[in-house]
Design a protein around this ligand. Sequence first.
Ligand SMILES: [Zn+2]
Length: 232
Amino acid sequence: MSFWHTLADLLLPRHCAVCDAELCASEHALCNVCLCGLQQVPWTDMADNPLLRSLWNRHDVEAAGSSFFYNPATDVHHLFILLKYRQRPHVGLHLARHAFSRLSALGLARGAEYIVPVPLSRQRRWRRGYNQAEWIARGISQATGIPVCTEVLERIRNNPTQTHRTARQRMENTRGIFAVAPESPDLNGKTLLLVDDICTTGATLSDCVRALRQGFPTARIHIYTLGWAGGL
Ligand SMILES: [Zn+2]
């Protein structure tokens, strides 16, 4: 940690997003106690796990992984509220940078050449001021050195809220909402790591995979989400 960071901490102390304890220079967003207390998903197989099985086009995906088990009663839920609705995107960056090293060791990033965040609609991005998936992607990029490419996918229509919909309704609701952006580089033959904040039913990710497969038939696709809200 640089002298200037230490000085900044003295002048403007930073606090843990969960317990509000003052952070030391080596801690970011969360204190180490809270970070270690977050429930991780238990699976270690990147080629066969609940996240991968939630995708209707799973045969197009080589590997998938997630870090934290999302449950409304846990601190992970609180962190996602900060990340998505309280203007704290750096929470996603630091969490992803810390958590992804485990999945990287399990091979999720092996061979990946570009990180592709799931895009928000222009309207939602404008209202929020940032795309939380992009900040998670930046955290992974800092941990791995793999560049983030934000021009690959675009949301071509806005889907109504997914809340209170069944898995089947969510799937139908999200079909055809993503497409490869006209300005995207040609990613045929490349290995892509598609990144989103949380996976609930796999509907959004399935549609992104469909769009990527359509635009780049020979690309290899890996998937990472910071949170997993399905069953264990
Ligand atoms: Zn804490």
